[in-house]
Write a protein that binds this ligand. Sequence first.
Ligand code: NAD
Length: 333
Amino acid sequence: GKVGVALVGLGNLSTNQLAPALQKTKVMELRGIVTGTPAKADKWQQQYGIAKEHTYNYDNYDEIANDDAIDVIYVVLPNGMHPEYTIRAAKAGKHVLCEKPMANSSEECRQMIAACKDANRKLAIGYRCQFDPFHRRCIELAREQTFGKLKFIEAGFGFKIGDPNQWRLKSALAGGGALMDVGIYALQACRYLTGEEPLEITAQETKTDPVKFAEVDETITWSMKFPSGVSTSCMTTYGFNGINQFTGLCDNGWFGLDPAFSYAPPQPKSSNPSQAKLDLDPVDQFAAEMDAFARCVLHDEPSSVPGEEGLRDLVAIEAIYESIRTGKAVSLA
Ligand code: NAD
């Protein structure tokens, strides 16, 4: 059989990416929804053939415990709501796929991991790029030292944010600004290319609009040192468009993706394309991510992007914010 999923929070990501991807998944199947908006419930029931008995709202959410058609709950709410809806899902006996960033703090990540462990349920984070063949090939290039030893990574992701009233600009719901939302992709790239955790982090913030960004960060640049000697230069912003890439610079050449982190297929770049072998067939990253988790559930195997992976990002993110606050390098050794 297939693994049934219920999406919690029918906003942009669920509507425009996850539901269409769930038409392509082979192992995971869209069976349920949790929404506070009755009109959305009607629309989704019709469009995706979701039964009334698998439709929930935020008041009767916990009753999903009695719904055997739902194996997995996919938490697609604002970041600050991830812990509560993950922990309640685990208590309802469901496996959890939770969107990035996992939570607003490392402490909450630990609580989520503990809740899923106590309930003997799996927890994975929506790190779609880790299921993308272009990103996987770049990891191979770094690890197999195709261009020699990896020396330096340059990575950045940002965009110019619109509506000043959206939850992404409120600290309680977003946990932070550009860094939490999209800077995390650059951080992830540095972590999966090296396969290591940062030893030391230094960061600076620039704020050009203190009204719009009263609660959250606008632009951050940070650098990291990794145990193997790799150093990195990273940036993230909500202030302008145009940065969406990483480059891995090695002893004898370089490779990367630009754009790297969009929904559209990544575009490879390299000092030697025939050596890099990055002319790959694109996949739907969301379908790949969801099917991978469905297989973990079906075969009782560990996820490659577990709660612990989300926690490691939050530990680094907290070090970035600490460095901004203190003006000093933060050691994670
Ligand atoms: P969105 O604002 O479009 O949707 C959020 C949904 O949560 C809406 O349906 C909204 O009605 C609901 N909601 C419930 N309570 C709310 C409250 N108190 N305040 C605001 N909304 C509330 O956001 P989105 O872009 O779909 O992002 C949802 C999550 O997915 C976030 O954690 C985000 O970081 C993540 N995301 C991941 C990717 C990716 O590529 N993996 C892309 C976009 C977003």
